[in-house]
Design a binder for this molecule. Structure first.
Ligand code: GDP
Ligand code: IMO
Ligand code: MG
Length: 422
């Protein structure tokens, strides 16, 4: 069986920290979508590490790590990430496997991302500019280059053909990007990529499943950024929900077991697009400060707001989440009162369904108020010692979602995680 862990909001829910903790119980951690747009923060022996393309199981020395076919790989970024990791854990390369079917991000994909965003002006997506959208476009357009291609003699020719196509496209934009300067490092990194363990990942995984190995699929981004079900067009270009695991790793739906859904105890979003419970005021600012809400990849400040249970129930439904992990509970310490969005009012009508045209709809959230607490959650070391008003908040969230909160995270450290009673 293969368990899944994914974000239920707009990303940055704390997936890296939780995977690093849960990896102790798994043999293999596998990324199934996204690419270097992800930034998963872990603290290893007190040192902060941000993972982009590498699965967050690398710091558990027994864990194998797989970059699945659903991931888009920038070899330059991958090499930089691995070089840093090898200096911390020299055995990383022995435990890393890469699917031959994962698609490559080319320098011109990054250029196209920048040009496309610039052309959108005020309507820009707020992309991380890592070339994610253009690389997935080439995948579905049947033009992409894959990891397995780097082992073939005609790789340079194929690269050149695709590059020329991109050069034509770039001419249509009135925007200069000096991508030519990125080509030398790209080819250097292709050599490095060839030295990694490139595998036929769906067979590799199948063999491990048959041998009884425990596998955890690690999501990137969040469910509200899903290409099909997120706040389109302000989304990423992959399926971030549980169904993405089947496509992104080549495993059958019947093999999926637990689905861990991660949500912050409040909500954030980085980049443009709708965010119904956003607090564009001093309360939002206080959340940003308390939660240190600045992007792990781009450093951009994250927009903050109260938890949105309408959106959360939607994403729990989409992935068939079996257990919730509530992170950053400690960030709510110090708020005299807090709120949860429980419905939306659209044209005078109350609804608790997530609307189709979220971008064009004028909606206002309906909130339920909760009392704050005095005793700091960050200092609690068991579920029992948590403040009663926070437990009430959790009970309400569980009942609203119809899904159990299995863990509560109360700090950045691997072990700052409280297990709730069954
Ligand atoms: P990811 O992309 O989902 O892995 O999340 P990020 O790493 O981008 O952002 C989450 C941030 O919150 C990181 O800086 C984590 O160190 C931090 N974090 C995770 N869990 C907790 C928690 O329970 N409390 C606090 N205060 N910070 C946390
Ligand atoms: P992790 O895995 C938060 C957002 C970007 C932008 C939109 C599209 O760390 O949770 P893209 O670069 O994919 O074209 O950007 O998606 N975005 C993320 N936001 N966390 C992420 O990853 C994100 N990856 C992409 O800010 O709004
Ligand atoms: Mg992140």
């Amino acid at each position: 069986m293969i368990d899944v862990l994914l974000g239920l909001q707009w990303g940055d829910e704390g997936k890296g920290k939780i995977v690093d903790y849960l990896a102790a119980k798994y043999d293999i951690i596998a990324r199934f979508q996204g690419g270097p747009n992800a930034g998963h923060t872990l603290y290893v022996d007190g040192q902060k590490v941000v993972l982009r393309t590498i699965p967050s199981g690398v710091f558990q020395s027994h864990c194998l790590n797989l970059i699945g076919n659903g991931v888009v790989i920038d070899p330059v970024s991958l090499q930089a990430e691995l070089t840093q990791l090898v200096s911390i854990r020299p055995d990383v390369l022995e435990r890393l496997f890469v699917s031959q079917k994962a698609h490559l991000i080319l320098p011109t994909h990054r250029a196209l991302d920048a040009a496309s965003e610039a052309a959108k002006g005020v309507d820009k997506i707020g992309s991380t500019l890592k070339g994610i959208g253009p690389a997935y476009m080439d995948k579905t357009g049947r033009n992409g280059l894959r990891v397995g291609d780097v082992l073939n003699k005609d790789f340079d020719k194929k690269y050149e053909q695709l590059k020329q196509k991109h050069v034509q496209m770039l001419r249509q934009y009135n925007y200069e990007v000096n991508w030519q300067e990125w080509e030398a490092e790209f080819f250097e990194s292709i050599k490095y990529l060839r030295s990694l363990q490139i595998v036929n990942a769906e067979y590799w995984l199948d063999a491990h499943i048959k041998n009884g190995k425990k596998i955890l699929a690690e999501g990137a981004q969040g469910s509200m950024l899903d290409i099909d079900y997120g706040t389109y067009p302000f989304v990423t270009s992959s399926n971030t929900i549980a169904s993405g695991v089947c496509n992104g790793l080549g495993v059958a739906p019947s093999r999926i077991g637990e689905v861990y859904g991660i949500s912050k105890a409040y909500c954030t979003r980085v980049g443009s697009g709708p965010f119904p419970t956003e607090l564009d005021n001093e309360v939002g600012e206080a959340l940003r400060k308390a939660g240190n809400e600045f992007g792990a990849v781009t450093g951009r400040s994250r927009r903050c707001g109260w938890i949105d249970l309408v959106a959360l129930r939607y994403t729990v439904m989409l992935s068939g989440v079996t257990q919730i992990i509530l992170t950053k509970a400690d960030v709510l310490d110090g708020f005299k009162e807090l709120y949860a969005g429980v419905a939306y009012t659209i044209e005078g009508q109350e609804t608790n369904e997530f609307p189709f045209d979220i971008c064009g709809t004028d909606l206002s959230p309906v909130y339920k108020q909760f009392d704050g607490w005095e005793q700091p959650i960050s200092e609690c070391n068991s579920y029992e010692t948590l403040p009663e008003s926070f437990k009430k908040y959790c009970n309400f969230v569980e009942n609203y979602l119809g899904t159990r909160i299995a863990y509560i995270s109360n700090g950045t450290g691997r072990d700052q995680l409280l297990i709730t009673p069954q």
